[in-house]
Design a protein around this ligand. Structure first.
Ligand code: KG4
Ligand code: ZN
Length: 332
């Protein structure tokens, strides 16, 4: 076949990941290693520990992925590496590995924005998803609404003025003593709680501004926990409901102000949350839009989405110079 094969590398936060993806949407092989255990004692990601763990794991992981695929570097058409945004030490480890491979094999290097990886990942899972689409990108570091008009054509309609939603989930987990990473633990605990039990704010709900805010919600969760008047399950469920209400309100705001698009898409780690998913599904139905959510493994950080972004970018011919710098901040 004339499908191109891209090797993807992801190391911007606390997952080390390598994947081989073909432009016909086949995930040929992938490995992913979470650093949960290394960071858990600190209740969050420690940048220095993350960078070191990426450096230790990446080379053997690259070898394992090529072995699984039964391929050699010569069989690959391009190398795609996350070049930001993220924790700079980790990004540098992945990017410098990508540069070395590209140089050794004389293949183009594609420098991928991690957010673009999330933004295009739904197209890896669903070949019928065409541009444009409205994307809610909700992860540990970001909470944005984007109109995705094409590869490299992203119009940001809203972002958070303080915390990202995943961050709010993680802080709520910490307050409730659930440990790190917090999102899945809060979701699990919330299943046994009453989402109406604890009165919590919906920051910026109804605001004329398009943006998100979660700092006030986090503080209210802290006060509710300290009051001793509520069960942890009720706090978790009420927090999750407040967060979902904010998402829906802000998406309604965006939908009212943009030309109709056929699909509502969600990506990023928080897209793994079932309450979030079903609320978005309801919103899409109300607006006669298709709802597309990638499988859970493609929602949280992974290298298949980076390799796929490489597949989407390869035909554009924009390979990166080998002196390209990693970018801790890099808005889409
Ligand atoms: O996309 P991701 O893996 O990494 C970033 O690029 O940030 O997102 C990680 C975030 C974490 O804050 C985690 O707590 C959250 O996604 N998360 C969830 C769930 N699974 C992961 N939040 C709520 N419910 C979940 N099931
Ligand atoms: Zn991410």
């Amino acid at each position: 076949s004339d499908a191109k094969i891209v090797l993807g590398i992801e190391s911007s936060c606390d997952e080390t990941a390598v994947a081989l993806v073909a432009s016909d949407r086949t995930i040929i092989a992938q490995h992913i290693a979470s650093q949960e255990k290394e960071h858990a004692p600190y209740g969050g990601v420690v940048p220095e520990i993350a960078a070191r763990a990426h450096a230790e794991r990446l080379a053997p992981m690259l070898e394992a992925v090529m072995d699984d695929a039964g391929m050699r570097l010569a069989d690959v058409d391009a190398i795609a590496a996350t070049a930001g945004p993220g924790l700079i030490g980790g990004v540098m480890v992945g990017l410098v590995s990508g540069k070395a491979l590209a140089m050794a094999a004389d293949k183009p290097l594609l420098a991928i924005n991690h957010l673009e990886g999330h933004a295009l990942s739904p197209r890896l899972a669903d070949e019928t998803l065409a541009f444009p689409y409205l994307l809610l990108l909700v992860s540990g570091g970001h909470c944005q609404i984007l109109k995705v008009e094409g590869v490299g054509e992203y119009r940001r309609l809203a972002t958070t003025i303080d915390d990202a939603l995943g961050e709010a989930f993680d802080k709520t987990a910490k307050i409730l003593g659930l440990g790190y990473p917090g999102g899945p633990a809060v979701e699990k605990l919330a299943r046994g709680g009453n989402p109406k039990a604890v009165p919590l704010p919906r920051p910026l709900k109804g605001s004329k501004e398009p943006h998100f805010s979660f700092a006030g919600l986090k503080s209210a969760v802290m006060r509710a926990a300290q009051s001793g008047e509520h069960s942890s399950a009720d706090i978790a469920a009420s927090f999750q409901q407040a967060a979902v209400d904010c998402l829906i309100d802000r998406l309604e705001h965006a939908l009212a102000r943009t030309d109709a698009v056929p699909a509502l898409v969600v990506a990023g780690g928080v897209a793994a949350n079932q309450t979030v998913r079903s609320a978005l599904e309801g919103l899409a139905a109300k607006h006669s839009m298709r709802f597309v959510a990638p499988p859970l493994a493609l929602c949280t950080d992974n290298a298949a989405m980076i390799a796929w972004a490489g597949c989407e970018r390869l035909p554009l011919g924009d390979s990166a110079p080998l002196d390209l710098k990693a970018r801790p901040r890099w808005p889409l």
